[in-house]
Write a protein that binds this ligand. Sequence first.
Ligand SMILES: [Zn+2]
Length: 302
Amino acid sequence: MSPPIVHHPAFRAEMPEGHRFPMDKFSRLAALLEREGLAGPDGFHCPEPVDLETLRLVHTEDYVRGLVEQSLPAEIVRRIGMPNSESVATRARAATGGTLLTARLALEHGLACNTAGGSHHASAESGAGFCVFNDVAVAARRLQAEGLVRKVLVVDLDVHQGDGTARIFENDPSVFTFSMHAEKNFPARKAVSDLDIELPDGTGDEAYLATLAEILPALLARETPDLVFFNAGVDPHADDKLGRLSLSDHGLARREAFVLGCCLERSIPVAGVIGGGYDADIDRLAQRHAILHRAAREAVKA
Ligand SMILES: [Zn+2]
């Protein structure tokens, strides 16, 4: 039995002309997971696009309205790096609804994964770096508002700092933000997470995993969260276009197994989101993102 996987068919549509972001990785990933039987006998769990009220738990009224009504200032559109179009808004709402559903399924089953999510550069008043809405922050706030969780831990292992998430929860002790990233990577001006670990260029499997092993078990024991969001960005991979680290496929698989195992052995529900990953070869990239979902299947067997 595989843990639940959330996927929204909005990602099957092609992006409009002129976009720079390889959105197609989401549909390739879903197709790959289906072929491997990871979608489960009843298929993927399909989320509702997140409602605007829920988005406002994190994002400002102006930003949400501007995005949905396609009236964002040019400066914000430039920061996001994607057009202020209906299709971008639809996908962002689907991805955020997906992370919310993933978190609900994680609370129910112990572990669940999205085929999207991890838009960690988005802050309250603006998207940035290909991130529109901060899905993890929105899901955390919504579940807190419903009284389903109190303490939340964000484990962000994307190669870029989770600066948007750090800013959103800067003065909120109910959400602990942990980001481990490449020191010299985007964003140039880092935010302050509750815990930042900055890695030097070229960090490989052994050093990376040893650092994580030093930190994560102690963090879980100290914070005792009701829910963990795991941003499993694959851009620390050696072949990633934007990463500056040197993890192998096997290193990523060990990382995912370690994070999921640490949570499950403490009976802490964990919601996995895919985060970043950049490769001109979309199939190779989908294979890399699927490491999370394969690790999730193995983790529940263990
Ligand atoms: Zn990234």
